[in-house]
Write a protein that binds this ligand. Structure first.
Ligand SMILES: CC(C)(COP(=O)(O)OP(=O)(O)OC[C@H]1O[C@@H](n2cnc3c(N)ncnc32)[C@H](O)[C@@H]1OP(=O)(O)O)[C@@H](O)C(=O)NCCC(=O)NCCS
Length: 176
């Protein structure tokens, strides 16, 4: 059981048979296990998301709820939507998520990176980010941006992200 071990890390990749992986999660998915745990996790850009399950996941990290209908549209307009699944042939469980918007050719912006708190601190967030950047790179996208909450900046910085220099480059506009 992984609960209680907050310092896990990637142990092994290609743990599932390729045909099983593709059948449940689609092509280009990425499976791995963590140290000290036998659970299999899979990053997938093709496995369809249950919007209620996604809503529940995003609630676990404390984000305010968004109308399911609008989220569905937002996902349709996203260029990359990634689910992180705890593998189970009968009941795979969505434990992480992220998505990207952009033109699909030159630039992308990453949004809604979330890992269920029960599974945080194990290296899963980092794997989602690696998977996203790999997929964007395959599409030829070389400029990626994101907006981090203040408490999470270090998470990205540790992974090599460059911070905006002294608040001089970024501007926001909110409708209210
Ligand atoms: C941010 C988040 C996605 C990280 O996921 P995670 O699976 O817990 O992260 P990982 O276990 O892969 O952590 C990777 C590294 O980042 C560090 N880290 C994780 N969360 C961090 C945080 N909030 N602040 C600073 N560092 C953090 C870890 O200590 C770890 O460091 P290490 O490589 O030196 O061991 C997750 O905490 C989360 O869902 N938070 C709530 C939602 C949120 O704020 N999302 C980001 C919106 S900008």
């Amino acid at each position: 059981m992984i609960l209680g071990n907050r310092r896990s890390a990637l142990k092994k990749t290609n743990v599932l048979d390729k045909s099983v992986l593709e059948k449940f999660y689609g092509a280009d998915s990425f499976d791995f296990t963590l140290k000290n745990d036998n659970s299999i996790f899979v990053c997938s850009k093709l496995k369809e998301l249950d919007l209620i399950e996604l809503d529940q996941l995003l609630q676990t990290v404390g984000w305010s709820r968004r109308p399911i209908r609008r989220v569905k549209r937002a996902l349709q307009f996203s260029i990359l939507v990634v689910g992180l699944w705890k593998h189970d042939e009968k009941f795979p469980r969505l434990v992480g998520f992220a998505r990207c918007t952009g033109d699909g050719i030159l630039e992308a912006t990453i949004w809604d990176v979330a890992v269920n708190p029960v599974y945080q601190g194990l290296g899963l967030g980092k794997e989602i980010m690696k998977y996203i950047l790999r997929e964007l790179k395959i599409s030829g996208i070389s400029k990626v941006t994101l907006f981090a909450d203040a408490g999470v900046v270090r998470f990205y910085k540790n992974q090599g992200w460059t911070l905006e220099p002294k608040g001089t480059k970024c501007a926001f506009w909110y409708a209210n």
